[in-house]
Design a protein around this ligand. Structure first.
Ligand code: S3P
Length: 441
């Protein structure tokens, strides 16, 4: 694949129906859960991206076999205590924060040591958020500055914990839930709400999880179990991948799109609620329930009269991976948009708040940024006619894809580097854009 893309013109109007690939969070969770189930599990429409391949490689290193072909993926689980690997086995999580954080939970009782590594971007990210609760379970962890590479070894006698999760991080919550599975007794988590795919999967599998909401927190409790059986799963489309096409359609002229079969779990659809408040024409159709997850088709129409938003803090976790796109829409909206307590964006594949600020300034949009807050002064008549070079973004797949949407939606001449980063989550992104009529060289 070429590493640089050149875009010299906006996309022309389109009216299309598309499918986006399977959801990344659900694909990784299915792999990890299937790897410690008893017997064979089969997934259809598993995302075939680098983060997911890292997860498959990881379970292979833990001694679990899988078969991946065009039609499906099969994992041959050996039960909750079924992993077998040599001492100091190296697992490389690549770019995947989700895999790297959740793996700690899987290893709560491992007899041998794992050396967990990642790519350059993942090696800059903070792991104290999982090291802290995992040490409370009794896991043995050695690291320099709480960053990768990290040595992880389990304990024979994990202790159930009582944990307050205050970042709104689904990775931390899921890591704790996976550890709680192998820990006798009841683990309790009080958590700022975040995506709840793990809880939904546990409920579907009839595992002893309890969840409730009290004021601003989710209360979750889970009792250690002996085993669960392999299970099949059809992964729905990814709302995060869909969002690039939602925003492109809003910005394009006289266009419509129907994105079929997308997971619309409420903990993930902040972008839809925010954009609707901003006057975007988005309709969810054909809603259905699949094993506890909501699925729908998303219909979007070009929307010209966009207005700014004062984004409620409770939207932050529901929109966490889509803020770059929301900010781009704010650039075209009438008025000043405000975002508070969004410092978590600085801890992603790159510092996304800094990236967004530089990006918007580059295209002529005034902003105000602090450590935790962001203001965007929208320009409804924004038209781009300069040359924009996008580079040095720590190969953040979402920063890269955002640049394509800005180029095709707003115009100007664009040179986008490191486009291979897109393979992290959405390998057919460019070909889907080309099918809509985008001219990309
Ligand atoms: C994810 C949780 C989020 C999100 C990430 C995927 C998950 O991270 O940004 O892309 O699948 O659990 P945090 O838990 O750090 O918020």
């Amino acid at each position: 694949m070429k590493k640089t893309a050149y875009i010299n013109e906006k996309i022309e109007s389109f009216n299309s129906k598309i499918y986006v690939p399977g959801d990344k969070s659900l694909s990784i969770r299915w792999i990890l859960m299937a790897s410690q189930a008893v017997g064979t599990s089969v997934a259809y429409n598993l995302l075939k991206s680098e983060d997911v391949f890292s997860a498959l490689n990881a379970i292979k290193k833990l001694g679990i076999n899988y078969k991946l072909n065009k039609k499906n993926c099969k994992i041959f689980g050996k039960g909750l205590n079924g992993y077998s690997f040599k001492n100091n086995t190296i697992i490389n999580a690549g770019n995947s924060g989700t895999l790297a954080r959740l793996i700690f939970g899987l290893l709560v009782k491992s007899k041998n040591q794992i050396i967990l590594k990642g790519d350059k971007s993942l090696s800059k990210r903070d792991f104290s958020r999982v090291i802290r609760p995992m040490k409370m379970f009794g896991q043995n962890i050695k690291s320099k500055n709480q960053k990768l590479p990290i040595k992880i070894k389990g304990t024979n006698y994990p202790r159930p914990i009582n944990y307050k999760e205050t970042k709104g991080s689904a990775q931390v919550k899921s890591c704790i839930l996976l550890a709680a599975m192998k820990t006798p007794g009841k683990t309790k988590i009080t958590s700022i709400p975040s995506r709840d795919h793990t809880e939904k999967l546990f409920k579907y599998l009839k595992l002893p999880i309890r969840t409730s909401r009290e004021k601003k927190f989710d209360l979750i409790s889970f009792k250690g179990i002996k085993n669960y059986k392999g299970f099949d799963y059809e992964i729905p489309g990814d709302i995060s991948s869909s969002s690039f096409f939602i925003v492109l359609t809003l910005l394009a002229k006289n266009s419509k799109i129907l994105i079929k079969n997308v997971n619309i779990n409420k903990s993930r659809t902040g972008i839809i609620d925010i954009l609707k408040t901003m006057n975007a024409k988005i309709i969810l159709k054909n809603r259905k329930n699949y094993k506890g997850e909501l699925i729908a088709d998303i219909f979007v129409k070009s929307s010209s009269k966009l207005k700014s938003i004062n984004c409620p803090v409770k939207m932050n976790s529901r929109t966490i991976d889509e803020f770059l796109l929301v900010f781009l829409v704010c650039a075209k909206a009438n008025g000043v948009s405000k975002f508070n307590k969004i410092g978590e964006l600085r801890n992603k594949e790159t510092d996304r708040l800094r990236f967004a600020n530089n990006f918007l300034n580059k295209i002529g949009i005034k902003t105000k940024i602090t450590n935790n807050n962001f203001k965007i002064y929208g320009k409804p008549n924004l038209k781009l006619n300069k040359t924009y070079k996008i580079q040095k973004f720590d190969k953040d797949h979402r920063a890269c894809m955002l640049s394509f949407i800005a180029a095709l939606g707003l115009g100007g001449k664009w040179i986008i580097h490191d486009i291979d980063s897109i393979n992290t989550s959405f390998p057919n992104f460019v070909s889907l854009l080309k099918n809509l009529g985008a001219k990309i060289n």
